[in-house]
Write a protein that binds this ligand. Structure first.
Ligand code: CU
Length: 311
């Protein structure tokens, strides 16, 4: 029923739910108006209609309570089922990093390809966007994919989708973010896998992790965090995806958010057994630098896992 192209694997399911809600609301509206008109005519002033108050009738009470209840619970179950799918990226989803700022979308692919206000993706491959904002709240919205996710400063939010048809689709910022909010858009370009591989090859740059590694040395992180340094600082090998005991006795999963927080807000969560001497990098490095550092730390973990396997 939708006029928009259905260009992602979610699109038909979101449309089915929307159509069902529209149909249900339409039927209720028609029913309400029909009864209203009939009553207006039958009980208008001066007619000889029966006007004694109606007696309670258990069957009627139960019917009008149970039918809406079942309908509402059905809609609830249906929506939750779809919502969980929308929120759970598959394991093989390919990460792409997005930084929003007034008023543009900056995209970084793991291979170092960078683009602004465009996002190239292959058809048929799940894509997981890891998004953050450099200033205010934005919202990443691709109507043809039926996906939308707020993008917040100092936080990572995720969005995933699988494009199902090649083409160019509008990308909007769906959260009012200042003067040029209306112009903060672009396009998502879904390509056949072979075309996408060619595009990646033509735009290859210094990989994100390699940029992160350079920053890791430039910013002096390696001065404390390298295993051979004399400073008592947490070893960052094998960190990503593992559980970290904290000084307050709790534990935290070392995910992307934890790594970003540790760089920008190191006093927030102190690893058990270490003094809180790490300086904050908040305001000193940009959101893209943080992404590069986080990606580098992730590859170090992968490298550590590989060497475990080879042992
Ligand atoms: Cu915006």
């Amino acid at each position: 029923m939708s006029m928009l192209p259905q260009a992602s694997s979610f699109a038909p399911d979101v449309d089915h739910l929307f159509d069902a809600l529209l149909l249900l609301c339409g039927l209720v509206t028609i029913g309400v108006f029909a009864v209203m008109i009939v009553f207006c005519v039958r009980y208008r002033h001066g007619t000889a209609a029966e006007r004694t108050p109606a007696r309670q009738h258990l069957g009627v009470e139960l019917t009008w309570t149970l039918i809406p209840f079942v309908l509402f619970m059905g809609i609830f179950g249906w929506s939750v089922h779809l919502w969980i799918r929308l929120r759970t990226p598959p394991k093989n989803a390919q990460p792409v990093y997005v930084v929003a700022k007034q008023w543009m979308w900056k995209v970084q692919h793991p291979g170092g390809q960078r683009e602004i206000d465009t996002l190239h993706v292959p058809v048929g491959q799940p894509i997981r966007l890891v998004m953050t904002s450099q200033d205010v709240i934005h919202s990443f919205y691709v109507p043809a994919f039926r996906v939308k996710q707020d993008v917040l400063p100092d936080r990572y939010t995720e969005l995933w989708f699988t494009a199902t048809q090649a083409g160019t689709f509008h990308l909007f910022c769906a959260e009012f973010c200042g003067t040029d909010h209306a112009r903060m858009g672009g396009s998502v370009i879904a390509m056949a896998p072979a075309d996408y591989a060619r595009w990646l090859h033509a735009h290859a740059g210094l990989g994100l992790a390699a940029q992160g590694e350079a920053l890791f040395r430039q910013l002096g992180c390696s001065g404390c965090h390298d295993p051979q340094s004399g400073v008592h600082a947490p070893d960052l090998y094998d960190l990503y995806g593992h559980t970290v005991p904290l000084s307050d006795g709790s534990q935290v999963l070392a995910d992307e958010r934890y790594l970003q927080d540790s760089i920008l807000l190191p006093k927030k969560q102190i690893a058990a057994g270490y003094a809180p001497i790490m300086p904050s990098f908040e305001g000193r490095i940009g959101a893209e630098d943080v992404l590069a550092l986080v990606d580098y730390l992730k590859t170090r973990t992968r490298a550590a896992e590989d060497s475990h396997e080879h042992r």
